[in-house]
Design a protein around this ligand. Sequence first.
Ligand code: NAD
Length: 259
Amino acid sequence: MDETIDERTAIVTGSSRGIGKHVAKRFAADGANVVVCSRSLEDCEAVAAEIESDGGSAHAVEVDVSEKPSVENLIEEAVDRFGRLDVMVNNAGINIRGPAEDITPEEWQQVLDVNLTGVFFCAQAAGERMIEQGDGGSIVNISSMMGSMGQQDRTPYNTTKGGVNNLTRCLAVEWAEHDIQVNALAPGYIETEMVEQAQEDADFDREDVQNRTPLGRFGTLEEIANCVSFLASNDNFVTGEVLTADGGWSAFGWGCKDD
Ligand code: NAD
């Protein structure tokens, strides 16, 4: 069992599936009380039931991270249920792809609202609660390796993830005096529904991604949960950091491994 998470209360946004679900299950397995939340209460209840049937402690809440009152309600429900808040993982995210010249104002706003404003609202509400508690905490924002690079047809997504990286640094500096560590995780390609969807949309070729990745494969949910778990612990002197977990993709300056 990971001593660093044991008996703490953690909220993981967007935990009805994918990375968020796996992180929530990992925290629960390590002994934390976990709040599972997304826009679908039904899906979150199913994940919470899975956690409880494995012997963990979980509570499901419906939230839209882009709506401040909904986020405030999330924090309130978490504290009502478990008494405090120690870890906030801001994982909920969406992607709308398309040529920059075709992105509508509504599409642009939607990605901004969820990926950047949503992370700010959640971090703000969690930070406020942690400051009130007076004994620190940790916030982990799920960014993307794409937050530090340009890419075709991904302007809204990559822009918001770049924003998340600097939001992370700002909050880390501001809340250090309260012992709140704020970090971001920037994954590369991980095996999730989001990636499956992109494949269905013929968005990219699996082999291209593997060839472009020095480790030669997609990352696993387990590996991402390991990284989040490290960043969520309060015994590492790490704050304001964007940890890249991409199998070497961003370190690799050329193209295909075979070139
Ligand atoms: P996913 O689409 O499988 O899951 C996203 C989750 O966010 C879902 O539970 C969804 O319901 C929730 N969500 C979406 N909008 C919401 C809103 N407004 N309010 C509350 N919840 C909302 O995605 P994933 O692949 O698990 O990705 C999770 C995070 O990791 C995202 O921030 C994504 O950008 C990031 N990421 C993923 C990959 C990857 O390869 N999958 C790579 C880099 C970064």
